[in-house]
Design a binder for this molecule. Structure first.
Ligand code: C2E
Ligand code: CA
Ligand code: CA
Length: 528
């Protein structure tokens, strides 16, 4: 990826990194405000329905007491009782005795019969709700009569909804369910809202610009509705957004800064790698390959290292992918080959059967003159092709026709090919069969699993079998302990690499170690 592309990508990521937290903040603010406003509406509706129930219960209990007292209607004893109810009940304005459509006596004393208004609703618990048309002191429409049998209680119509008076635009109502008759109402209420209960006890929703809550009575067929204008919700949510945005913005900016920092580091790393290829910052280490039957060091894998001018050592796992992504890998591989030949030529002249394995990348296999370049370099240093093994991962062999063309050309000259990290890629048996490769390297992750009992450990014998079937020589990678060693030997695996035998080292160290071993015990065996 070139610099402009990475910068554009970083820019796009920062837009998302800043935008996303803000979008989340706005959404969260809205949801939170809705939760708060609907809880508020619900608490109002509950309050209203409780007041309604409370009033009804007081009237019912008064009617009951009066009936049980046995005092004849409108007798002094009965009027006395009625007065007591009137005085003790917070909700009741007056209590009286009904005959026909008239109040014939009441806690207000025995006056002339007062006609009651038409029935507004009959409740399931046997009460009739009437308008109180002509009561002394009662302004029309303000009072209401709740009648149980022949006892009537006069109450203030607005009593149940006489709450939250400091919030005049909150609409409240008590509505008779079924008939949808409003018993008391304040502000805009749509009667059909009670239908939304649909058998539930309480419900909440947004409709016609209001956050609405409906709560049903536990005892009676009535329900309370509370509706709060949505403007409350919007202003609450705007408040919240303003409080959340700085945090979102900060998170976004931090993410962007981190991304830009990493992008810049990547860019400068690409530059540094380019520079390293020109200067002398790359060097090779060699990890011996052991013949497990004899213990002899029969070859080595060349592994590249990068020591920056700062002294920092960078692992190939980190910079090889960067080289691959930034079109530097062919140059790097060329440099690695030069380094290998420079390091090992003298030693290989004296050890003509020793092999050095070079790691090539998938894109090296796409470079048209790879095989010729390798051969030319070998010839220039006077080495024989049999001294070289090319390691390639399954990824490099994906295009089977191209892979076969190159591997066959290399093999024709005597260079052997190893499939690296086998088992971590996509190779199938038939695919491997068509390539006729020389070595199969079992990936470290499989060797690690030996003896662990993990399901992955079952793969190892399978891989060994594949190699045997295809007459490929096997190199086990990353052998770290005796148990792994013993297992591999018992399965007929001939070659191995790993910390158990030798870690990667400079060419000088390796040559010195080999000479020391030869002085102690002349090498008896070579692979091939
Ligand atoms: P790889 O080809 O699988 O190389 C083997 C890696 O395993 C090496 O890591 C080696 O140091 C490590 N190793 C060896 N024995 C043991 C052991 O017993 N235990 C453990 N835990 N690790 C062990 P290294 O040198 O860091 O290389 C990492 C990878 O970088 C290599 O994996 C290879 O894919 C790539 N690489 C290294 N050098 C080159 C190069 O010159 N060119 C290319 N294209 N890739 C290279
Ligand atoms: Ca390798
Ligand atoms: Ca490997």
């Amino acid at each position: 990826m070139n610099n402009v592309k990475s910068l554009l990508l970083a820019l796009a990521i920062s837009v998302v990194a800043i935008g996303a937290p803000i979008a989340v903040a706005i959404r969260e603010a809205h949801e939170q405000s809705y939760r708060i406003e609907s809880m508020r509406a619900l608490s109002y509706a509950r309050d209203v329905i409780n007041r309604t129930d409370e009033t009804t219960l007081q009237v019912m209990s008064a009617a009951d007491t009066l009936r049980k007292s046995g005092a004849p209607a409108c007798s002094p004893a009965s009027v006395d009782l009625m007065r007591r109810f009137d005085l003790t009940s917070s909700y009741i304005q007056a209590v009286g005795h009904v005959e026909g459509d008239k109040l014939v006596c009441s806690s207000m004393g025995n006056t002339r019969p007062i006609p009651l208004g038409p029935a507004l609703a009959h409740t399931v618990n046997g009460a009739t709700i009437r308008e109180a048309t002509d009561l002394p002191g009662g302004q029309l429409g303000k009072l209401i009569v709740l009648q149980f049998g022949d006892l009537a209680a006069v109450i203030h119509r607005d009593l149940p909804i006489d709450t939250r008076t400091n919030e005049p635009d909150v609409a409240l109502a008590v509505i008779q369910q079924g008939s949808r008759t409003p018993i008391a109402a304040r502000g805009f209420i749509d009667r059909r809202w009670v239908d939304r209960l649909a058998g539930q006890h309480e419900t909440g929703f947004v409709d016609q610009g209001y956050v609405v809550a409906v709560a049903r009575s536990n005892r009676f067929q009535s329900a309370a509705v509370a509706a709060i204008p949505i403007t409350y919700l919007n202003s609450r949510s705007t408040d919240l957004v303003w409080r959340l945005i700085p945090a979102g913005l900060l998170a976004g900016l931090l993410a962007t800064a981190a991304i830009l920092y990493l992008a810049r580091q990547q860019l400068s790393l690409v530059g540094a790698l380019r520079n390293a290829l020109r200067s002398n910052e790359l060097f090779m280490v060699y990890q011996p390959v052991i013949d497990m039957r004899t213990g002899a060091w029969v070859g080595a894998e060349a592994l590249v290292r990068w020591r920056r001018a700062t002294g920092e050592l960078i692992r190939p796992d980190f910079f090889i992918p960067i080289a691959e992504k930034n079109g530097l890998i062919n140059k790097l591989s060329q440099r690695v080959l030069e380094l290998i030949l420079h390091d090992t030529t003298r030693f290989l002249h004296s050890h003509p059967h020793f092999h050095i394995a070079i790691n090539l990348s998938a894109s090296d296999f796409n470079s048209p003159h790879l095989a010729e370049k390798i051969l030319a370099s070998l010839e220039a240093s006077g080495l024989r092709p049999v001294n070289l093994i090319v390691e390639i991962t399954e990824r490099g062999l994906l295009d089977v026709h191209r892979a076969r063309e190159i591997t066959q050309r290399l093999q024709k000259w005597g260079i052997e090919i190893a499939i690296d990290d086998f088992g971590t890629g996509y190779s199938s048996l038939s695919y491997l069969e068509s390539l006729h490769l020389d070595f199969l390297k079992i990936d470290r992750s499989f060797i690690e699993s030996i003896g662990s009992g993990a399901p992955i450990s079952l793969v190892v014998p399978h891989i060994i079998e594949i190699a045997h079937t295809l007459s490929m020589k096997i190199i086990a990678e990353g052998v770290e302990n005796e148990a792994q060693h013993a297992y591999l030997v018992s399965r007929g695996v001939q070659f191995a690499q790993g910390m158990l035998f030798a870690k990667p080292m400079t060419c000088e160290d390796m040559v010195a170690a080999i000479r020391a071993r030869e002085a102690y015990r002349p090498a008896r065996s070579e692979h091939g």
